[in-house]
Write a protein that binds this ligand. Structure first.
Ligand code: DAH
Length: 354
């Protein structure tokens, strides 16, 4: 047994050194630690030994197992740190004092992030929709279960136009009613689930500083079908955000109030820079607030023509609102939100091909 273990250990050490990403590390872990893995095989060998040798052999296997576990954890930490370094190095190359040397123009960083997200959502079967920037009070508020004089309106300091009832859209949720109506027929008649995202420019009367702008971008998404529950929401958000960040993310939900969802949540992800230990990017909390979401309120589904008065829960769904501007800031480590609307080509053209 001693020999078997020392051979395995040698093999393990050399394989572990070759592993450079979390996926292959997990594969190696399964090779050794899963039910059918090498350590289980040792246990089978153990059963065949004469009784007086079992105790010593069991001890050797256990200490080998502990050693393997410890080595896995250390290697995992190393790989995470290396990946973070790559991320940080990539983002730190942005320098807003560099002169532009790009003669042929480039995409705006928000456009780049928006397109990347659209590709991800399309690959998950979502329709991408466009919507007006000028909308009416009904779509921006009432259809979202925010009646006139409701205090929730104070959360969004809205620009009203002098034209009757019109305003600059203060959030992309304003498109929900139109999207529900557009796809509702196919849902009710053909059973085709509604899966749509709608990016857009939003406006609020904010006092402008490095973190606040009066013009910013969001991307809203909804999914509606029969039997959609909070579990679907959590699973979907985790999968979608892992794709967006290109690595496995850990999510947590806290209660959050938005009149158009019930229950409503604030979704946080474990900080990608410090892996939850606390750093300046996550204000030492270990978590980053990323995306409010929730189960669509029955009134919203009713106003969108999805459910009837008689059966308000026939179809259910979830909605989420991603802050595109915020994501672009995180992705490119842009410290001042005003960069985006500055029209400053020296800054903005640096994001080409990234
Ligand atoms: N529209 C909200 C805002 O801009 C964000 C939001 C919250 C969107 C919850 C959602 C949601 O879809 O479910 O403040």
């Amino acid at each position: 047994m001693k020999e078997m273990i020392s051979k395995l250990k040698e093999q393990f050490d050399s394989k572990l050194k070759e592993v450079n990403d979390l996926g292959s590390l997990e594969q190696l872990r399964l090779d050794y630690m899963s039910k059918k893995g090498r350590i289980s095989e040792l246990m089978k060998e153990l059963a065949k030994l004469p009784n007086d040798q079992k105790k010593e052999a069991g001890r050797l296997i256990n200490s080998f197992k502990e050693e393997v576990t410890k080595h896995f954890e250390n290697r995992r930490d190393q790989i995470i740190k290396l990946e973070e370094q790559v991320l940080i190095n990539a983002t730190e190359s942005y320098d807003d004092s560099m002169p532009t040397n790009n003669p042929c123009g480039s995409y705006h960083p928000i456009t780049l992030v928006q397109r990347e997200l659209e590709d991800i959502f399309e690959s998950m079967g979502f329709d991408v929709e466009d919507y007006n920037e000028i909308v009416d009070d009904y779509h921006c508020f009432e259809a979202l279960n925010i009646p006139k004089y409701h205090p929730a309106r104070d959360m969004q300091d809205t620009y009203y136009l002098t034209t009757k009832n019109q305003l600059l859209k203060s959030h992309t949720s304003a498109a929900q009613n139109a999207i529900l109506k557009k796809y509702g027929k196919a849902l009710r008649e053909e059973g085709r689930p509604i899966k749509a995202v709608f990016p857009g420019r939003c406006f609020r009367n904010e006092a402008i500083d490095a973190c606040h702008e009066n013009t910013f971008f969001q991307m809203e998404g909804i999914m509606v079908d029969k039997n959609i529950s909070v579990s679907n929401l959590i699973y979907f958000m985790k999968t979608m955000l892992s794709q967006v960040f290109g690595r496995e993310v850990t999510v947590r939900l806290r209660p959050g109030f938005f009149p158009f969802v019930e229950p409503g949540f604030e979704l946080d992800i474990k900080c990608l820079i410090c892996n939850g230990e606390g750093c300046s990017s996550c204000k030492n909390s270990g978590w980053l607030e990323l995306c409010p979401c929730g189960m669509i309120h029955p009134n919203v589904l009713k106003y969108g023509g999805i459910n009837t008065e008689e059966d308000p829960y026939e179809y259910t769904g979830f909605a989420f609102g991603l802050g595109l501007t915020r994501l672009a800031m995180m992705k490119y480590a842009v410290k001042d939100i005003r960069t985006f609307n500055s029209g400053d080509l020296d800054s903005l053209s640096q994001f080409i091909n990234r």
